[in-house]
Ligand binder design. Structure first.
Ligand code: CU
Length: 163
């Protein structure tokens, strides 16, 4: 019971924190829970910048490698690739979601379990080239909650090439 209460408190804190950023509003950040042996997963959220900017880097202590990815159909196969940055036009909500843009966590240091909280540092760059680091906490949700078919996504992740 005690555990449940503290988890709820963390979730509340994370929410308030995530929405209190200076120049980019971050809504509903979450990470897909992993299954046994899975070494990679995705993180998703909605970003709305107040002024034109870019998401240029994402860091998290739970993964060895963190990249910004996009997914697109190529020859009837869903493929993903790394993008150097994600443009955030002023006032427009940009969705990172299963089957689309996502934050890719690779070389996971351990399982990511339902109910866990994963810290991230998002690095935004303004038009003037100024960078801002924003700390957020994302909640972990089970695989079944995702909109995209888990099987196709897992295959995509499996194909992933490491540098
Ligand atoms: Cu990916």
């Amino acid at each position: 019971m005690k555990h449940l209460i503290s988890a709820a408190l963390i979730a509340l804190t994370a929410n308030a924190w995530a929405q209190g950023t200076a120049s980019v509003e971050i809504k509903d950040p979450w990470v897909r829970a992993t299954v046994a042996q899975q070494k990679s997963t995705g993180a998703f959220m909605q970003l709305t910048a107040k002024a034109d900017s870019k998401l240029v880097e994402v860091k998290s202590p739970v993964a060895g490698v963190v990249e910004i990815h996009e997914m697109a159909m190529a020859d009837n196969v869903m493929k993903m690739r790394q993008v150097p940055g994600l443009a955030l036009p002023a006032g427009k909500a940009v969705e990172l979601k299963p089957g689309g843009y996502h934050v890719m966590l690779m070389d996971l240091k351990g399982p990511v379990k339902d109910g866990d909280t994963v810290p991230f540092t998002l690095v935004f760059e303004g038009k003037d080239g100024k960078r801002e680091n924003v700390e957020i906490k994302a909640s972990v949700r089970p695989l079944g909650n995702a909109a995209a078919p888990a099987k196709a996504d897992a295959a995509g992740h499996g194909e992933h090439k490491h540098q």
